[in-house]
Design a protein around this ligand. Structure first.
Ligand SMILES: *[C@@H]1O[C@H](CO)[C@@H](O)[C@H](O)[C@H]1NC(C)=O
Ligand SMILES: *[C@@H]1O[C@H](CO)[C@@H](O)[C@H](O)[C@H]1NC(C)=O
Ligand SMILES: *[C@@H]1O[C@H](CO)[C@@H](O)[C@H](O)[C@H]1NC(C)=O
Ligand SMILES: *[C@@H]1O[C@H](CO)[C@@H](O)[C@H](O)[C@H]1NC(C)=O
Ligand SMILES: *[C@@H]1O[C@H](CO)[C@@H](O)[C@H](O)[C@H]1NC(C)=O
Ligand SMILES: *[C@@H]1O[C@H](CO)[C@@H](O)[C@H](O)[C@H]1NC(C)=O
Length: 690
C-alpha cells in the first residue's frame, strides 16, 4: 500500500516536472518580447502578482503597463491545433520547457503534443553605435520547428496581432491594409483618427503598425474577426488571403491580422520562419529649440525613402542584425561576468532592452537627438534626473548617446526659453512634447539637476576628448556652477530625485552631488584652459567637502555612516552620489568615507537589499547598483546577489521596477514604477571599468 502510494506520487511529480519550464539566467518579473522604443514595448508578465510565471502559451503579451497587445501563436500538428503564444479561446496550450534571455533576445522552447519542438526567439536589436539600425522601431520574431519524436509530422504555423497595437483606446476605430513589397507580405494597422503627438494609456495615437513576413510558398494571410480567422486556421491549416474592410473599433469583433504558413512534413531538420513587427511614425517629437517650436521626424526617415523601404531593410537585415546583437550579447556577458560574476549578468542583460526601450533617435543624420521618456513615473520628456541614473549603460556602450540626450536641453536653455538660473528638470510635462518650461514652472530640483549636468558633461568629455563641446557650453555650465557655489553646502529644504519620499533640508547625499559638481566644473575649466576658474572651483569644492564630512557623517555610531540629513544623526541612507567622485575620477572624497559606507550597508540590509533611507522600507535598484559599484568586493557582491535574487522572486509582473520593498519584494510604498530607463543604472560598475 505504502509502495503503491509512493509510486503514484512519484509519477505525479515526474509529470509535473515535464510541464515546467526552466528560466535562464533567471525568471524576470516581466519578459521582454518586442521592446524598442517608448511606443513599441510589448512584454510578458511573469511575477505572481498579475503574471502566469512566464509561460508564453496561455496568457496574453502586454504593453509595459499591462494593457494587452494581442499577439497569438498557434501550431497545427497532424491536424490538431495548439497555442504556443497568447490566450485565444478554446485551444489547448502546448508545453513550454525553457525560457532564456540575453541582452537582446528572449528565447522560448515549447513542446507540442510530444511531436514537435518549437523555438520562438524574440530579438529586439540594440546597435548603440549604428544609428541607421538603432533608429528603426522594429523587432523580430523567429520561429523554428523540428520533430521531437523522430517521426515526420504535417505542420502549419499561425500567428496574428490584434489592432490593440495601434492605440491605447480599445474603443477607437482601427483601419488596416495588407500588401506585398520586395518579396514580403505585410499587414499594416493604424488608428483611423490619427492624433500626432498624443497618447492614450501611454500608447501612441499616431503612426502605422506593421507585421510582416517573407512571401514564401505556403504562406496565406487574412484580416478579420479573431474567432473567424483562428477558426479557419484550425479547420483548414490555412487562411483565405482576404481582407476584412469593415473598419471598426478595436474591441468590436476584434479584428486580427494573421498569417498561416504550411511547413509541409517536418522532420529532424529545423524549419525557420521570420516575422517583423514595428511602428512607423513620420513625426516623432515637438521641440522648443533654437528655431522656436518645431517638429522633429523619426531619424529612420532620413535613411529610407518610405515605410516599406524601412520595413524591407529591417526584415532582410536579420542575418546581419542578429549577428550584431549576438556580439553585443557576448560583450555584455563577458564584461559583466569579469566585473562581478553571473549574478551581475542577470541584472545587466535584463536591463539593456528596457533602458534603450525608453529612448528613440530623432532628427536627421546631420542634426539628431536621442529623446527619452520618463516611463510610468509621470511621462516627462528628457528628465535630467532620469537620464542621470540611466547614464551608465550609455557611458558603457556609447558616450555619444549622453551628448545626444543633453543636446536638446542645451539648445532650449541656451536659446533663452527658460527663465531660471539653475538647470531645468525636464523638457516637457509629457512625452513626446519637448516644449520646455518658458514659465520656469518645472518640477523644482535645482541642486540635483545642476550637479547632474556638470557631472555628465565632464564624464562625456573625458571619454570623447570633445573639448570644443565644453567651450561651446561654458557660459551656461558656469551659470549652473555659481548656483552650486551658493547652494550645495547647506542644501535648502527641497526635493531630491527621490521626490516620492518627500522634501528635506540639508540632505547629505544631495549636498555631495553639488560639491562633486563643483569639482567637475573645475576639471571642465582646466580642460578648456580657464585655469583661474579651475583653481577657484577646486578650492571651493575642497573647502566644502571637509565641512560636509563634519555635517553629514555620524562618526560616533558603530559602525559610522552618512546620515540622511545634517539635522538628524539617527538617520541613514544610500550615499549613491559618492559614485560621481569615481565616475569623473575626482578623488575629492577621502577614501575612509568609501570604506565606512561599505562596512555600514551590510548591517542594515533586508531580505532583498538595503533600504534607500530611514524614511521607508523600500529601496531603489538603480541607486543600489551605484553604491555597489564603488563598494568593497564583499559589499558589492552582497548588493548584486540580493538584487538578482529579487529578480527571480519578486511578485511584481511589470518590467523591472526600480522601487521595491526590501522585505516583500513587491512595489515599494505601492509606487508602481516600471519599465523605467533608470534601470540602465545597473551598468554603473561597467561604466567605471569601460
Ligand atoms: C503537456 O504536457 C502534459 C504532461 O506531460 C501532457 O499530458 C500534455 O499532453 C502536453 N500537452 C501538449 C500540447 O504537448
Ligand atoms: C502634446 O501636445 C499636443 C498639442 O500640441 C497635445 O494635443 C497632445 O495631447 C500633447 N501630448 C501629450 C502626450 O500630452
Ligand atoms: C550583411 O553582411 C554581409 C556579410 O558580412 C555584407 O556583405 C552585407 O553588406 C551586409 N549587409 C548590410 C545591409 O549591412
Ligand atoms: C541646515 O543645517 C544647518 C547646520 O546644522 C542649520 O544651521 C540650518 O538651519 C539647516 N537648514 C535648514 C533649512 O534646516
Ligand atoms: C571664485 O568664485 C566665487 C564664486 O563664484 C567668486 O565669488 C569669486 O570672485 C571667485 N574668485 C576668483 C579669484 O575668481
Ligand atoms: C530622526 O530620525 C529617526 C530615524 O528615522 C526618527 O525616528 C526620528 O523621529 C527623527 N527625529 C527627528 C527629530 O526628526
Amino acid at each position: 500500500m505504502l509502495f503503491y502510494f509512493l509510486g503514484v506520487l512519484g509519477g505525479f511529480l515526474v509529470d509535473l516536472a515535464a510541464a515546467q519550464s526552466t528560466f535562464t539566467p533567471a525568471r524576470p518579473p516581466s519578459l521582454p518580447l518586442a521592446v524598442k522604443s517608448p511606443y513599441l514595448s510589448t512584454w510578458f508578465p511573469a511575477g505572481s502578482n498579475g503574471g502566469n510565471g512566464g509561460y508564453l502559451p496561455g496568457q496574453w503579451p502586454s504593453f509595459y503597463n499591462g494593457q494587452v497587445t494581442g499577439w497569438t501563436g498557434l501550431v497545427r500538428v497532424d491536424g490538431s491545433t495548439f497555442i504556443w503564444m497568447g490566450a485565444p479561446k478554446d485551444f489547448e496550450t502546448a508545453n513550454q520547457t525553457s525560457y532564456e534571455y540575453t541582452s537582446t533576445k528572449s528565447i522560448f522552447t515549447i513542446e507540442v503534443d510530444d511531436k514537435v519542438s518549437l523555438k520562438a526567439t524574440f530579438l529586439s536589436p540594440l546597435t548603440p553605435n549604428d544609428f541607421k539600425r538603432q533608429s528603426l522601431i522594429f523587432s523580430y520574431l523567429q520561429v523554428e520547428i523540428s520533430s521531437l519524436d523522430g517521426s515526420n509530422h504535417d505542420v502549419e504555423l499561425y500567428t496574428d496581432i490584434s489592432a490593440e497595437w495601434a492605440s491605447g483606446d480599445s474603443n477607437a476605430v482601427a483601419q488596416w491594409d495588407s500588401g506585398t513589397a520586395d518579396q514580403l507580405t505585410y499587414h499594416k494597422v493604424w488608428k483611423q483618427n490619427q492624433q500626432a503627438f498624443s497618447e492614450v494609456n501611454d500608447h501612441a495615437e499616431w503612426g502605422n503598425i506593421y507585421y510582416a513576413t517573407d512571401s514564401t510558398d505556403g504562406l496565406t494571410y487574412s484580416s478579420g474577426a479573431d474567432d473567424d480567422i483562428r477558426g479557419s486556421f484550425r479547420s483548414n491549416g490555412k487562411l483565405s488571403n482576404s481582407k476584412d474592410t469593415d473598419f471598426r473599433p478595436i474591441n468590436s469583433r476584434w479584428p486580427v491580422f494573421g498569417y498561416a504558413l504550411d511547413l509541409g512534413s517536418v522532420g529532424s531538420s529545423t524549419t525557420s520562419s521570420l516575422f517583423s513587427i514595428g511602428l512607423c511614425q513620420d513625426e516623432a517629437i515637438q521641440f522648443l529649440g533654437k528655431d522656436g517650436l518645431t517638429t522633429l521626424p523619426s531619424l529612420w526617415k532620413d535613411y529610407f525613402s518610405d515605410e516599406l523601404a524601412a520595413l524591407s531593410f529591417f526584415h532582410k537585415d536579420f542575418p546581419n542584425s542578429s549577428k550584431l546583437s549576438g556580439e553585443l550579447d557576448d560583450k555584455i556577458e563577458s564584461d559583466s561576468i569579469a566585473a562581478a560574476g553571473q549574478d551581475y549578468l542577470i541584472l545587466t542583460s535584463l536591463a539593456a532592452r528596457q533602458a534603450f526601450g525608453a529612448v528613440q533617435l530623432v532628427g536627421t543624420q546631420d542634426d539628431h537627438y536621442l529623446f527619452l521618456k520618463e516611463i510610468s513615473s509621470n511621462g516627462n520628456t528628457q528628465t535630467i534626473d532620469v537620464i542621470f541614473p540611466a547614464s551608465p549603460i550609455f557611458f558603457y556602450l556609447n558616450p555619444e548617446l549622453i551628448q545626444l540626450l543633453l543636446k536638446p536641453h542645451f539648445e532650449n536653455q541656451e536659446s533663452g526659453h527658460y527663465p531660471n538660473k539653475w538647470a531645468m528638470h525636464d523638457l516637457g510635462a509629457h512625452y513626446p512634447n519637448a516644449t520646455g518650461h518658458p514659465d520656469g514652472q518645472d518640477e523644482p530640483m535645482p541642486l540635483e539637476e545642476c550637479g547632474n549636468n556638470l557631472i555628465m558633461v565632464l564624464s562625456y568629455a573625458q571619454r570623447s576628448q570633445n573639448t570644443d563641446y565644453l567651450k561651446q557650453h561654458y557660459p551656461i555650465l558656469q551659470q549652473w556652477t555659481e548656483y552650486l557655489v551658493e547652494e550645495s553646502l547647506y542644501p535648502a529644504d527641497q526635493l531630491s530625485t527621490d521626490d516620492f519620499a518627500g522634501r528635506l533640508a540639508n540632505q547629505t547625499n544631495l549636498g555631495l552631488k553639488g560639491i562633486i559638481g563643483l569639482e567637475a566644473m573645475s576639471q571642465i575649466a582646466k580642460l578648456v584652459g580657464e585655469d583661474a576658474d579651475a583653481q577657484n572651483y577646486t578650492t571651493i569644492s575642497h573647502d566644502y567637502i571637509a565641512k560636509w564630512e563634519d555635517l553629514g557623517i555620524n562618526k560616533d555610531d558603530d559602525p559610522p555612516h552618512s546620515i540622511l540629513t545634517y539635522n538628524n544623526r539617527s538617520t541613514h541612507g544610500l550615499l549613491y552620489n559618492l559614485y560621481n567622485d569615481r565616475l569623473i575620477k575626482a578623488n575629492l572624497v577621502p577614501e575612509h568615507i568609501y570604506t565606512q559606507q561599505s562596512n555600514f550597508y551590510p548591517t542594515i540590509k533586508g531580505k532583498y537589499g538595503v533600504p534607500l533611507d530611514t524614511r521607508n522600507p523600500y529601496t531603489k535598484a538603480d541607486w543600489e547598483m551605484f553604491v555597489a559599484a564603488i563598494a568593497s568586493e564583499d559589499t558589492r557582491n552582497l548588493f548584486i546577489s540580493d538584487l538578482a535574487k529579487w529578480v527571480n522572486e519578486t511578485p511584481t509582473s511589470r518590467p523591472f521596477t526600480d522601487i521595491y520593498d526590501v522585505e516583500t519584494g513587491d512595489f515599494g510604498g505601492g509606487i508602481g514604477f516600471m519599465a523605467r530607463p533608470v534601470i540602465g543604472g545597473v551598468f554603473a560598475l561597467l561604466a567605471l571599468t569601460a
